[in-house]
Design a protein around this ligand. Structure first.
Ligand code: GDP
Ligand code: MG
Length: 443
């Protein structure tokens, strides 16, 4: 992956006093290959690498950073710039309702996104109305209705009188309905095709002309790679849009599509969608995506999600443990963390956000959630003393614990081993061993 390549490149740079021309060339070559492997479009790669080389050459060697850190910083800064700099927020209309129109290929995630965005807006105190203007797919309206219901947001659907069979009429009627019923935001879901097609593009353009959107969002599946650029360009020419929404970021895609689209269209990525649940959705943060592309882990997103789920006390306790200020990390903490992780979402997803965890992905995807129940049973069969001081768990204690928890001694052994591994990993992370200083990262 891109991140692995960059990590390797920077490893080679470590320990050198300053950036030589040869260093710069070698680094540029690696970045180029890595970006291509990450499915970034060739013209984008060329521009990007040239910019990084220019800056690496002209920038004074900073006293504060080693050469590797310096290159990481340059690459990071350039990534953030291309991805749009600051997070671009929604523009609301002076006279409500604000009309948001979604466009994109079929399967890109528009309908799901419509409901996610509606829920997100509702939580911010808005009163959105969803409009089902995809009359192409047999159950598109029904799908939006189901999602709208889950989000607790009203859905305007075609029925006799407001344009059965005519998506333009439905969209127009939907906006009128919102104005009449005092909804302050209207989200218009539209139809897509599997490939770009003139008729679909015309329909989207007609809907646009009928409802004069304040924001047109182009929704694109982050997994599609190179093709994303062509699609993004076709929609820019055919419909035009103000911002981009990347979906399916919970998959393997590390951001190649984001970089290509933002660079080629000059439109900012505004939202990121990372899962099938309605709450798997957030503003897009260019700095965090840059970190993710560099495999610094999406630490900030993780921290934010964790904050939502953990209660403040537990979070404070966990933070204290992690930084080694709260005494030793015990088996009780280990169990608590396992349970928190389950609350946060699938293990693989969480771990994917941590720095350097990409390598464990496969292992984690095979992780059986029932495993957590087994871990819980084992730890609960231990005495408080054993949990606080796992080093004392010898052979006879292990036998007793396995009997008490209805597991094999080998299960107990495995758990204890795993605990010590986790503790070791956390100590080194807390000491900052694995995480070099990054702009925009805490600490
Ligand atoms: P549309 O055709 O553009 O309206 O796309 P849909 O909203 O119907 O989504 C197509 C498929 O992708 C559905 O199965 C969704 O559940 C799924 N999907 C949408 N967004 C995401 C996401 O962020 N992550 C994942 N894993 N799946 C998604
Ligand atoms: Mg749809």
């Amino acid at each position: 992956t891109l991140s692995d390549r960059l990590a390797d490149t920077f490893k080679n740079l470590r320990g050198k006093g300053r950036l030589s021309e040869a260093d710069i060339d070698a680094t540029a070559r690696e970045i180029r290959i890595a970006l291509l492997e990450a499915d970034v479009a060739l013209p984008v790669v060329k521009v990007f690498v040239a910019a990084v080389k220019d800056r690496a050459r002209s920038e004074e060697v900073s006293a504060a950073l080693n050469p590797a850190q310096q290159v990481v910083k340059i690459v990071n800064d350039e990534l953030v710039t291309i991805l749009g700099g600051e997070t671009r927020r929604l523009r609301f209309a002076k006279n409500p309702p604000t009309v948001i129109m979604l466009a994109g290929l079929q399967g890109s995630g528009k309908t799901t996104l419509a409901a996610k965005l509606a829920l997100w807006l509702k939580e911010q105190g808005n009163s959105p109305l969803l409009v089902a203007a995809d009359l192409q797919r047999p159950n598109a309206v029904g799908q939006l209705q189901v999602n709208g219901e889950r989000a607790g947001v009203k859905v305007f659907a075609p029925e006799p009188g407001n344009g059965v069979g005519d998506p333009v009429a439905v969209a127009r009627a939907g906006v009128e309905e919102a104005r009449r019923t005092l909804h302050d935001v209207v989200i218009v879901d539209t139809a897509g095709r599997l490939g770009v097609d003139a008729e679909m593009m015309q329909q989207a353009a007609d809907i646009r002309d009928a409802v004069s959107p304040d924001e047109i969002l182009f929704v694109v599946d982050a997994m599609v790679g190179q093709d994303a650029v062509n699609t993004a360009q076709a929609f820019l020419d055919g419909v035009g849009y103000d911002g981009v929404v990347l979906t399916k970021l919970d998959g393997d895609a590390r951001g190649g599509a984001a970089l290509s689209i933002a660079s080629i269209t000059g439109r900012p990525v505004m939202f990121a969608s990372a899962g099938e649940k309605l709450t798997d959705f957030d503003l897009f943060h260019p700095d965090r995506m840059a970190s993710r592309i560099l495999d610094m882990g999406d630490m900030l997103t993780l921290i934010e999600q964790a904050k939502k789920t953990f209660d403040a006390d537990q979070a404070a306790k966990a933070a204290a443990k992690l930084t080694g200020q709260g005494g030793d990390f015990t088996l009780d903490d280990f169990l608590e963390q396992m349970q928190q992780i389950r609350k946060l979402g699938s293990l693989s997803k969480i771990m994917g956000m941590l720095p350097g965890m990409g390598q464990f992905r496969e292992q984690l995807e095979n992780f059986d959630e029932r495993e957590i129940d087994r871990i819980q049973a084992i730890i609960q069969s231990m005495t408080p003393g054993e949990r606080a001081n796992p080093k004392m768990i010898d052979g006879s204690r292990r036998a007793r614990i396995s009997k008490g928890s209805g597991t094999q001694v080998s299960d107990v052994n495995q758990l204890v081993d795993r605990f010590f591994e986790a503790r070791k990993m956390m100590m080194s992370m807390a000491k900052g061993g694995g995480i070099p200083g990054m702009p925009g990262m805490p600490g």
